[in-house]
Design a binder for this molecule. Structure first.
Ligand SMILES: Cc1cc2nc3c(=O)[nH]c(=O)nc-3n(C[C@H](O)[C@H](O)[C@H](O)COP(=O)(O)O)c2cc1C
Length: 289
């Protein structure tokens, strides 16, 4: 892996060494950082923190990095979070190509555990492709719901059965697009990385005026019908992480919701060892599926 220091720019401050998660950097006898590629997780913190832009790693030129200016005020970010909604009514049209590219490009900055950075995104970018996917999947679901021998596959979908049989697009909510994120089964944080990516995706999309909806039902059906994974070109050795619908909204929310408050506690000092029964309960809950 390539790591270069511009000796004329390096001010020997050691910030890169101090911030390196894997302890891959140390000073040589001339107080210039030297690099151990075997310990590097390619997070580029050394490039990001260098006050003079003296470091290049993985062939990246520090001058091509965006700068942390022009950031939104905290109150605007909070307002975006509060007024974000799950959209279930979309215009029957494709999202503008430039917006689509912006959304896709943003995803490259989503964090992954140990900077594993091997997520796979399957985008349905064309409404006709989505309609094809929708009608195939709805056909499969219809067979599950109407064949008593397949009843066990319906699971939580049973509750939507009546609306589905009346022709409502319960799975895909009439959305023109969908993104499905998958991650390698051996990734250190395979289950959480896709969810983080979609959280970023949702907020950025909504800041651009694009509606989104987390789609647990699509996630379940994609897992249930392997041909859908094949069709989405999910690579071998990857598992489906989650699915999100999106498109230009056909409804407008005039105000934020007023959610019930979560329980939040402030942890105190002084850990006490628990008894065996309590420990077993905790193991059970923490490792329950
Ligand atoms: C993990 C997850 C899965 C969801 N799955 C679905 C789904 O399959 N279909 C759907 O219409 N909404 C789905 N939703 C949307 C929730 O119903 C929605 O977030 C909730 O009702 C609160 O509404 P809001 O997102 O507008 O605040 C899902 C949300 C989350 C976070």
């Amino acid at each position: 892996m390539e790591f270069k220091v511009n000796n004329e720019k390096c001010v020997h401050c050691g910030k890169c060494i101090n911030d390196c998660m894997g302890h891959a950097l140390k000073f040589d006898e001339n107080q210039i950082p030297v690099f151990d590629a075997t310990k590097c997780i390619k997070c580029q913190h050394c490039l990001a923190i260098c006050p003079t832009g003296a470091l290049s790693i993985c062939g990246k030129n520090p001058e091509e990095s965006d700068l942390p200016d022009n950031l939104p005020e905290a109150s605007k970010v909070l307002n975006l979070i509060k007024t974000r909604r799950s959209y279930r009514h979309y215009k029957y049209e494709n999202v503008d190509r430039d917006l689509m590219e912006k959304l896709k490009n943003m995803l490259n900055w989503t964090p992954t555990g140990v900077n594993n950075h091997r997520l796979h995104f399957s985008f349905i970018e064309d409404i006709e492709v989505m309609d094809d996917f929708r009608s195939y999947t709805n056909g499969k679901m219809l067979r599950v719901l109407t064949n008593p021998a397949l009843k066990h596959l319906a699971g939580k979908f049973e509750r939507y059965k009546n609306a589905f049989l009346k022709g409502h697009d319960i799975i895909f909510r009439g959305a023109p697009h969908m993104v499905v994120v998958s991650s390698p089964v051996d990734a250190p944080c395979a289950d959480i990385d896709p969810v983080i990516a979609l959280s970023y995706f949702e907020l950025y999309a909504q800041s651009l005026g694009i509606g989104t909806c987390w789609c647990g039902i699509a996630y379940s059906v994609i897992k249930m019908f392997p041909e859908l994974c094949e069709h989405l070109e999910i690579p071998e050795g990857y598992k489906v992480g989650y699915a999100m619908l999106f498109g230009m909204p056909d409804v407008k929310y005039k105000r934020a919701t007023q959610p019930e408050k979560f329980e939040m506690i402030s942890v105190k000092k002084g850990i006490k060892n628990s008894g065996v029964a309590d420990k077993l309960k905790r193991y059970f809950w923490n490792f329950a599926k």
